[in-house]
Design a protein around this ligand. Structure first.
Ligand SMILES: [Cu+2]
Length: 190
């Protein structure tokens, strides 16, 4: 119940994040009545407080899969904004600290991804860290939907790296077209 206000805030953020891609035609059809109040009505109420952040993360992940540095940078900027705008007043006191710890770290990585279009190698280094943060986030606060933790054993000189995905199908965001199917699913997070 306490999550409903969250969802409304995050829903608005998510919708604005999606506007430049798939929602565009839908948006423009409803230009006249698509006030934020109208838009959030469409977001299902009882989902996770961090689902909006997850959606932006998944957009970013898919940009990296497509070797799209600019798309990743856009998502990085959206992520930074969403983290800054996140309404923590809905969280219980004991949750606030945990959220802030993760969010502070995530902001730095989101920011660096946002300002490094043209240097996808460096963006991916931050994506590695941001993925760890998002993993902690969905483990702590629940994702609001099923996500998979996928693992690439080769990234970062074989140190390995995890990413979250909406699908079990391996499409590697750390290597993109260079090694698209490298990796395996290590955990299903409900
Ligand atoms: Cu950096």
């Amino acid at each position: 119940m306490k999550y409903i206000f969250f969802v409304i805030t995050i829903g608005a953020i998510t919708l604005s994040a999606c506007n430049n891609s798939s929602n565009q035609s839908e948006q423009s059809n409803k230009m006249n009545d698509s006030s934020p109040e109208y838009a959030v009505q469409k977001v299902s109420a009882f989902t996770s407080p961090v689902n909006g952040l997850l959606q932006i993360y998944l957009q970013m992940k898919n940009a990296f899969v497509n070797d799209d540095d600019k798309g990743a940078a856009n998502a990085g900027n959206e992520m930074l904004k969403a983290l800054n705008d996140f309404d923590k007043t809905i969280l219980r006191d004991e949750e606030k600290k945990a959220f802030e710890d993760i969010a502070e770290d995530a902001k730095e990585h989101a920011e660096h991804i946002g300002m490094n279009a043209g240097n996808i190698k460096h963006q991916r280094e931050h994506f590695d860290m941001l993925s760890k943060d998002m993993y902690d986030m969905v483990k702590k606060f629940a994702a609001g939907e099923r996500v998979y933790a996928n693992y690439c054993p080769m990234y970062n000189d074989n140190k390995g790296a995890v990413w979250l995905s909406e699908t079990k199908e391996i499409k590697n965001p750390y290597f993109g077209s260079e090694m698209l199917t490298c990796g395996k699913t290590t955990e299903t997070i409900q």
